[in-house]
Design a binder for this molecule. Structure first.
Ligand SMILES: Nc1ncnc2c1ncn2[C@@H]1O[C@H](COP(=O)(O)OP(=O)(O)O)[C@@H](O)[C@H]1O
Ligand SMILES: [Mg+2]
Length: 247
């Protein structure tokens, strides 16, 4: 495996007035890795995804690099076409479009390809996530919670990312569904896509991540192998009193 970083953040900071939501964060992600990010609510995880994708804003200072090239000054669509795609914490599908049309739209706009190629890319992505053909013509709003996750992942794959940023994809899922999502994430990885995963559901996060970084108040408080990081006293302390995560 190529060990040069695929995606890198260098001293990335994002301010909102006096609040420093992301504070001097640096890390590098190797191609093919699943890179996990944890941290209490409000610790800056989603803001970090925002600044890495330019959606809706870039960093206040610092650099983001893809394969060694700066991308933080690019427009959001240029960043996605360069190969960095994200999903959102809230459902972001077009509810009145069918599942197929959603994935097709992603192929056209994110991968930037013509309609014929986009159709086959969309069909392949829906096969990859195993959304049954009988469900692909349904409006996205008619899909179950898990089917919408399949749709989210298929739309992401169809955008042909090099790196996919997933923001709490397990939200709203039952335990068996979380296992299904874990299999989906492995499928994405099997397509050669590097994954950055923000997740509160620790069995999922620890089950798929090769590297774990923990944020608190916008700063990195631990980063390394998941086994070591969850035992780090700073991490345990950051989570004390937190309802949603038990380490
Ligand atoms: N657009 C914004 N304007 C002002 N403050 C923001 C904005 N986005 C996030 N914040 C603040 O930045 C901090 C980090 O938020 P966020 O990145 O959403 O945390 P997390 O995803 O870890 O829960 C929070 O204090 C939040 O209120
Ligand atoms: Mg968040």
């Amino acid at each position: 495996m190529d060990s040069a970083p695929l995606l890198e953040a260098r001293n990335v900071t994002r301010r909102f007035g006096a609040l420093v939501a992301v504070d001097d964060v640096s890390f590098s992600i190797v191609s093919g890795q699943v890179f996990g990010i944890a941290g209490p609510n409000g610790s800056g995880k989603s803001t970090l995804f925002n600044v890495m994708t330019g959606i809706p804003f870039g960093p206040s200072s610092g650099e983001v690099l893809l394969s060694g090239r700066p991308i933080h000054h690019l427009r959001p669509h240029q960043i996605s076409r360069a190969g960095v795609l994200r999903t959102f914490q809230k459902d972001a599908e077009f509810t009145t479009l069918s599942a197929f049309e959603n994935v097709y739209t992603s192929a056209v706009y994110c991968a930037g390809i013509g309609s014929g190629e986009a159709r086959s890319l969309a069909a392949q992505a829906l096969d990859d996530v195993e959304l049954p053909p009988s469900r692909r013509g349904k409006a996205a709003s008619e899909l179950s919670v898990f089917e919408r996750k399949q749709l989210m992942i298929a739309s992401a794959i169809a955008g042909r990312p090099k790196v996919l940023l997933l923001d709490e994809p397990a939200a709203g899922l039952t335990k068996p569904e979380v296992a299904g999502l874990s299999a989906l994430i492995r499928t994405v990885r099997g397509r050669g896509i590097t994954i950055v995963l923000i997740e509160h559901v620790l069995p999922l996060l620890l089950g798929v991540s090769e590297h774990l970084m923990v944020l608190n108040y916008g700063r990195i408080i631990a980063s390394g192998s998941p086994r070591d990081v969850v035992r780090d006293p700073k991490v345990v302390e950051a989570y004390l009193g937190s309802r949603e995560v038990v380490l």
